[in-house]
Design a protein around this ligand. Structure first.
Ligand code: NCD
Length: 431
């Protein structure tokens, strides 16, 4: 079975690094026709792409890919080997990726979309068991990793917190990891200490995924964030190279922004504006890593100075649970809240607003405001939805089954609602 036209086209635009408008011109078709070929087949506006266009696109991509392959012969081989850590198939840090390998992973995520949208089902991981070991609070990361594994046909065992785990009896990370490896085929681990998930990973040969190690990294979140930015930019006709990304909030302890800035740095000529309350600035070593790739990095404490010209505003919760006893930072005052008035005052209509969630919606919290909920610039639920195809892709790649996905798909026996959320705008999740 050949790949779907949507996967072929999205992959082609990403590999060739072209906006939809430029890509449409390059293959000699109207932008509207291209848009209709990219829609899911269930959409009324969907149109089948003429076969001759498909052949033409394949030819262009193959030519470009061939050139790329010659240039990077060292990078060939299965994706899981190219991103491996000491020969092991694990995902611990975004540092494991190059721009090419990240885009290869997104090609697999695109393949997963019909399953994530419940049009198709797959049992490619039938019989495999995942352990979700979460020693810190989590809702979306734990459930979406679990759901992703189940949607590939596997099953999931969960543990949450220290209180009911043997670590409360003084068991070492090594022993826990080795024991669990005898029970399951993959592990996702979240733990409050930086570097702890790497310690779990050293004690086993089964795939381990870092679901957040204290203030360290959160690679799967950064991958789904980048996937979201690329998907949103495709709809808006923008390229990531040369764009302006604003990161706001707790940049000191927020692991999502630590992973995200490193991953975005794989692209070219970005402008990063880092806006934090005083005392919660991004750690120097992360700024240096991004700066070494030639990006423009500006730090400020003011939304008014930092927001103008932004293509993406990525805002985060203040991680009070990570503050040391001496830290007196109050966190957000209202001067740091991203809300409709601020966006209307300083930003263009095509900005996108993201947040890894959870946001603090309690009275007086000043996290991302709910007054943007019906504004299509707010991408937070499109972002969370993308967690499923991206995490499915991570499992498929680490377990080496990505090549079997296409063949394994069957029609789903039920139909989900066309819009999952009552406030979802028309394009929500559609392209
Ligand atoms: C984040 C985390 O746990 O790092 N949440 C998530 O996984 N989406 C952000 C946070 O807790 O503020």
């Amino acid at each position: 079975m050949s790949i779907s036209q949507q996967v072929l086209l999205r992959d082609a635009m990403r590999r060739l690094n072209l906006t939809r408008d430029v890509f449409a011109t390059r293959i000699g078709v109207k932008r509207r026709a291209l848009d209709s070929w990219l829609l899911p087949e269930s959409s009324q506006e969907f149109r089948r792409m003429p076969e001759v266009v498909g052949r033409f696109v394949t030819e262009i991509v193959e030519n470009d890919t061939l050139m790329e392959k010659y240039a990077q012969s060292a990078q060939s081989g299965p994706l899981r080997d190219r991103i491996a850590v000491n020969g092991r198939h694990q995902l611990l840090s975004v540092d494991q990726f190059t721009r090419e390998s990240v885009e290869d992973l997104f090609r697999v995520a695109d393949l997963m979309q019909p399953i994530a949208r419940r049009q198709k089902v797959s049992r490619v991981l039938e019989g495999a068991v995942l352990a979700n070991l979460f020693f810190e609070a989590s809702t979306r990361t734990r459930v979406s990793f679990g759901a992703a594994f189940c949607r590939l046909g596997g099953s999931v065992c969960d543990t949450t917190g220290f209180t009911f785990s043997s670590m409360a009896k003084g068991e070492s990370i090594y022993d826990t990891s080795r024991v669990i490896s005898g029970y399951v085929d993959a592990m996702v681990v979240r733990h409050p200490e930086e570097g702890s998930v790497a310690e779990f990973a050293r004690a086993t040969n089964i795939p381990v995924v870092n679901g957040g190690d204290g203030p360290g990294e959160h690679p799967s979140q950064a991958l789904l964030d980048l996937y979201t930015i690329l998907t949103e930019f495709s709809r808006l006709g923008k390229l990531l190279d040369g764009s302006h990304i604003v990161l706001t909030g707790d940049l000191k302890y927020g692991r999502t922004v630590h992973s995200l800035i490193k991953l975005l740095s794989l692209y070219r000529g970005l402008k990063f504006t880092l806006i934090s309350p005083p005392g919660l600035e991004m750690p120097d070593h992360i700024i240096e890593q991004a700066g070494a790739r030639g990006h423009d990095i500006i730090q400020t404490h003011s939304l008014k100075d930092g927001l103008p010209g932004a293509d993406v505003i990525y805002t985060t919760r203040v991680q009070k649970e990570r503050f040391s006893a001496e830290e007196q930072v109050e966190g957000y005052t209202e001067d740091f809240q991203i809300n409709k008035a601020v966006i209307d005052a300083y930003c263009d209509n095509d900005v996108i607003v993201m947040h890894p969630l959870p946001r603090d919606s309690r009275e007086g919290a000043h996290d991302l405001s709910v007054d943007l909920n019906e504004d299509s610039r707010l991408a937070i639920f499109r972002q969370t939805d993308n967690g499923i195809p991206v995490r499915m892709a991570i499992f498929a790649v680490l377990m080496g089954v990505e090549g079997q996905i296409q063949h394994s798909m069957r029609d789903a026996t039920w139909s989900p609602p066309s819009h999952i959320g009552p406030d979802d705008s028309v394009f929500h999740g559609l392209d």
